[in-house]
Design a protein around this ligand. Structure first.
Ligand code: GLN
Length: 308
């Protein structure tokens, strides 16, 4: 079957997926239409296919984490970044305070504590928040191949209910992992999460990682091959939080989810994948998105460890 026909069939099969709830701890996110559904695939040769509500915009949320981690690695090198955040799966929820016993480093950059620490490294370690966020926005825009913008309504909504992330920032400060004022640290992180994308943007961004750092549509090298490898390896072990182990055994695709209902995955050397469906399971991963990824993995034989 040609890819577009296959994606149409896949969408129809998964459109009736029941269960899950739209995130409401960020009030603005609860206003989304829960029936929105889309899938996009970008091959490393630059061909993009998408079906469903593929022009619907949503905030990138935790799917920003692998890309800001990539920016930090490009800017500072692995050695410096490892001093700030480790690469071990936490086995805990995305907003858990999972820190290394001895050093106080967050266990990985895919959980909030790690992402707040990594955000702080961007644009020189002492950057004012607006310049840091501009740097990230520009960096993400190169991955997407178009100029992205920030949804300030969503950012402000999250900032009104941000006690949990603020407490993480305070803990990170107490361990000297971050130097920023806690409010600034969280604002930088929340604005990075509020960059707006659609499912095609995500697929192209994922394909850039899968393609070893070269954006497959524009041809621009954005990160080195070793940074792309590092980011995908951490996604594989920690991208789905406390569901990461089960995800890797059943789906076998490095992936990252976000509470807006997006999900992205990478097949190194082959594909970037993305889905969008707002209702989430108890671990904060899109229910229909996970179902689509499972089917894609089975139908197309995409499990990384599969040999047949
Ligand atoms: N901005 C969100 C938060 O910190 C991102 C969480 C997510 O997408 N899992 O709560």
């Amino acid at each position: 079957t040609p890819i577009p026909d296959y994606l149409d069939e896949l969408m129809r099969d998964c459109a009736g997926t029941r269960g899950g709830n739209v995130a409401d701890y960020i009030p603005e996110l609860s206003k989304v239409d829960p029936s929105l559904l889309s899938v996009a695939v970008c091959a490393t040769n630059g061909h993009v296919y998408s079906v469903g509500d593929d022009t619907a915009k949503f905030t990138i949320q935790s799917m920003s984490k692998p890309f800001v981690y990539a920016a930090a690695l490009e800017e500072h090198g692995l050695k410096r970044v490892l001093e700030v955040v480790d690469v071990e799966p936490s086995g805990e929820a995305f907003n858990e305070l999972s820190l290394d016993d001895e050093t106080g480093r967050p266990l990985n950059p895919m959980i909030n504590a790690g992402a707040i620490a990594v955000n702080q490294l961007i644009n020189g370690e002492e950057s004012p928040v607006p310049e840091r966020v501009d740097y990230i926005l520009d960096f993400f825009s190169r991955f997407a191949g178009r100029e992205l913008t920030i949804n300030h309504t969503v950012a402000d909504s999250e900032l009104e209910h941000v006690d949990r992330n603020l407490s993480l920032a305070h803990m990170l400060r107490s361990y000297d992992v971050i130097q920023d004022d806690a409010q600034d640290a969280v604002r930088g992180y929340v604005e990075q999460c509020s960059i707006e994308v659609d499912v095609r943007d995500l697929a192209v961004m994922a394909a850039t990682l899968a393609n070893g750092g070269v954006q497959p549509v524009t041809g621009e090298r954005i990160i080195s091959a070793s940074v792309a490898r590092q980011v995908q390896a951490v996604m594989a072990s920690a991208g789905m939080y406390d569901a990461a182990g089960r995800w890797m055994t059943t789906v076998g695709i490095p992936a990252k989810s976000g509470v807006s209902g997006g999900m992205l995955g990478t097949l190194p050397g082959q594909l970037g994948l993305a889905t969008f469906s707002p209702p989430l399971d108890g671990k904060g991963n899109s229910v229909a998105g996970a179902r689509i990824f499972r089917r894609l993995s089975q139908d197309m034989g995409l499990h990384l460890m599969a040999t047949e």
